[in-house]
Write a protein that binds this ligand. Structure first.
Ligand SMILES: *Cc1c(COP(=O)(O)O)cnc(C)c1O
Ligand code: SF4
Length: 372
């Protein structure tokens, strides 16, 4: 009975439309989680054994979407540690599969394509997604770049006149407060050869109250600003997240979405079709579907690339072209579309793909049934 009262109390608070309150009250203990769901032994062991390896924390809002009794709940699986995380090759936990650090001419800036760069402006996120590509940043210490840390990055952008497009990523760039972000956008806008600013953020999914009229108004002052968010499951599209998307699009910001293909969460055509269709309903264009990267603690989330391609095939014709994202594998040579033109075949546990510059990349992608 105690826990029912706790859950009811929580239910009222999960709706608190204050992003800082949501951040401050993130769920970080087994006790709090037990009030909300029937925690399984596998989840509890995951929490215990991942401590100090990859941290966890969930906003009350996102936690309110969890199913109390179903351990396969797609929301639970994305944010609650699981013992399966620790059965993987843990040495890969801090890995950098895209060799982003090798493509960093200055710290926190990745220059991998001629005309565009990505800047990791904060290692903080609204929650810690268990499949995160940038665990090496988001997994332990939390920090956002200070104004002085941006100076070498701004100098690099000014000097490299071939850069036209700047993508703010992380962690999550919306972990910066509005004033800090406004300062950064003002500095970037002062560089004449930069045409496009893009923001990649999961706040609309994990803490939609971050998107306020004030933020949207500020962003609109720096147009053209594009925004990519990260919905992985239709259950994540709620009245609160829909409101965040509506505020952004009313500010004239084109919205895209990047989804990670996750085994047991969205790797079936029914779920993907519903997700992509719903996104379009909220004026969000599905942009990329990412193959889950080879990264420590994520083997239980990875599908074969053939399965991903079959899913994409199954969507063709049943959704309009603009509701279908491009299925890609990110490699140190850039994103490679997983279509017959990028896919070159399989040899044993390895799949070979070819990049737009004709680089050959071998991806470890074992067939089911083998331990590897
Ligand atoms: C994905 C990515 C970009 C942006 O690529 P688009 O295909 O233009 O969206 C830029 N830089 C890096 C390092 C990236 O990984
Ligand atoms: S919000 Fe993005 S960067 Fe942050 S933990 Fe989730 S996937 Fe990683």
């Amino acid at each position: 009975m105690q826990s029912d009262t706790g859950a009811k109390h929580f239910k009222n608070l999960s709706d608190r439309a204050d992003w800082r309150w949501q951040m401050k009250h993130r769920i970080r203990t087994v006790g709090e989680l037990r009030d909300l769901i029937d925690l399984t032994p596998e989840e509890e062991a995951g929490i215990r054994t991942s401590a100090g390896v990859f941290r966890w924390g969930i906003t009350p809002y996102y936690a309110s979407l969890m199913d109390r009794s179903d351990p396969q709940c797609p929301v639970r699986r994305q944010v609650i540690p699981h013992i399966d995380e620790m059965e993987d090759d843990i040495d890969l936990m801090a890995a950098d599969p895209l060799e982003e650090e090798a493509h960093s001419p200055v710290k926190n800036l990745i220059h991998n394509y001629e005309d565009r760069v990505a800047i990791c402006v904060s290692s903080e996120c609204a929650a810690n997604c268990r499949f995160c590509l940038r665990k090496r940043m988001t997994g332990s210490g939390v920090s956002s770049l200070k104004r002085k840390d941006f100076q070498p990055i701004l100098d690099y952008l000014s000097f490299h006149t071939e850069i036209r497009d700047v993508l703010l990523t992380g962690g999550d760039p919306l972990s910066l407060d509005d004033d800090h972000l406004a300062w950064l956008l003002m500095k970037i806008r002062a560089i004449p050869h930069i045409d496009i600013i893009r923001i990649g953020s999961r706040y609309p999914v994990l803490n939609p109250f971050r998107i306020t009229p004030g933020l949207c108004n500020m962003l609109a002052g720096h147009h053209p600003v594009w925004f990519n968010t990260h919905f992985n499951h239709p259950k994540e599209i709620t009245p609160q997240s829909a409101r965040a998307l509506d505020l952004l699009s009313r500010a004239g910001i084109p919205l895209g979405n990047q989804t990670v293909l996750l085994k047991g969460i969205n790797d079936n055509s029914h779920t993907l079709r519903e997700l992509f269709h719903k996104l379009v309903t909220y004026r969000v264009r599905p942009y990329y579907l990412y193959q889950a990267q080879l990264l420590g603690g994520t083997r239980h989330f990875r599908t074969t690339i053939e399965h991903g391609m079959q899913l994409m095939e199954s969507l063709r014709g049943t959704l309009s072209g603009f509701a279908i994202p491009l299925y890609v594998l990110d490699t140190p040579y850039g994103k490679v579309p997983l279509t017959p033109s990028g896919f070159r075949g399989r040899s044993g546990d390895y799949v070979t793909v070819q990049s737009y510059r004709r680089h050959i990349w071998k991806e470890y992608n074992p067939l089911p049934g083998k331990k590897g």
